[in-house]
Design a protein around this ligand. Structure first.
Ligand SMILES: Nc1ncnc2c1ncn2[C@@H]1O[C@H](COP(=O)(O)OP(=O)(O)OP(=O)(O)O)[C@@H](O)[C@H]1O
Length: 256
């Protein structure tokens, strides 16, 4: 039997007079790839910001593995097992690839200031496990051989994969990818697709926002569609492609 990993129950957020997310219900099953699509300004990134604790919802409830998470601070949500990447690249260009991944794990470190200065055995053991987790995540994204390069020297497609490695290194159960294929060439998209499938095979759940319909249709198990903050459809790629409300939201253009 499949387990629901994430539930959004009637979630709404208003920014002043604007209802950016309007009474959205969503269930994501563990071990699946779910996409969230919709026109610009539909509320997709806002949904990610709600799940990761950047904004509390105006009303409704968000549950992760059955536990209510709305109202929790972002670092606690990361600790529970939700990681994310952002629409725009957020790397430290003058740090190495490995350092960029290690920095994503500060939420998990327990060492206090004195321990860090004295480099106590506990701190050293923690550092070792951070390095190990970071190298593992780099291997998954096939960037292990580039660990000592400066992030700014990687080609664009690899920089985007590095961001996913950083999210993976926090050992999440659910990973949110905000437009992971944006700006990639077809070859880079193909590579990314196979890596996202690999992440799925590691028993992780993936929730992604993406504008590239080919990418979304070939990768996702299920797709939810937002328009003006409301969920207008949900289903398999084949169902979404022929859904009249979805076609109308995309101004009559074919979805693929
Ligand atoms: N912090 C905020 N304050 C006020 N309005 C906001 C805020 N964040 C988002 N919005 C508004 O909420 C709506 C949804 O924005 P959001 O960025 O979630 O859309 P999106 O579907 O991710 O769009 P895109 O595909 O262009 O990234 C937009 O009208 C946006 O201007």
């Amino acid at each position: 039997m499949s387990t629901t990993i994430l539930e959004m129950d009637n979630v709404t957020i208003r920014f002043g007079g604007l209802t950016a997310v309007d009474s959205v219900n969503l269930n994501i099953q563990e071990g699946t790839i779910r996409a969230l699509i919709g026109p610009n300004g539909a509320g997709k990134s806002t949904i990610f910001n709600l799940i990761t604790g950047i904004y509390p919802p105006t009303s409704g409830e968000i549950r992760f593995l059955g536990q209510k998470i709305n109202g929790l601070k972002p670092h606690l949500i990361t600790e529970m097992g939700i990681a994310r990447t952002f629409q725009n690249i957020r790397l430290f260009g003058d740090m190495t690839v490995l350092e960029n991944v290690m920095i994503g794990q500060h939420c998990r470190t327990k060492a206090n200031f004195i321990g860090a200065i004295l480099r106590s055995p506990g701190v050293k053991a923690e550092e070792k496990s951070i390095v190990e987790a970071s190298l593992n995540a780099l291997e998954v994204m096939e960037l292990g051989h580039k660990k000592d390069e400066l992030a700014k020297n990687l080609p664009y497609g690899e920089q985007r994969r590095l961001e996913i490695a950083r999210a993976l290194a926090t050992n999440p159960k659910l990973i949110l990818l905000d437009e992971p294929a944006a700006g990639m060439n077809p070859q880079e998209k193909q590579t990314l697709m196979s890596m996202i499938n690999k992440i799925k095979s590691m028993d992780l759940t993936i929730f992604l926002v993406e504008h590239d319909m080919k990418f979304v249709m070939s990768l996702s198990d299920r797709i939810a569609v937002l328009d003006y903050g409301k969920k207008i459809a949900s289903g398999t790629p084949a169902e979404i492609k022929k859904n009249p409300a979805v076609i109308a939201a995309y101004l009559g253009k074919e979805v693929v």
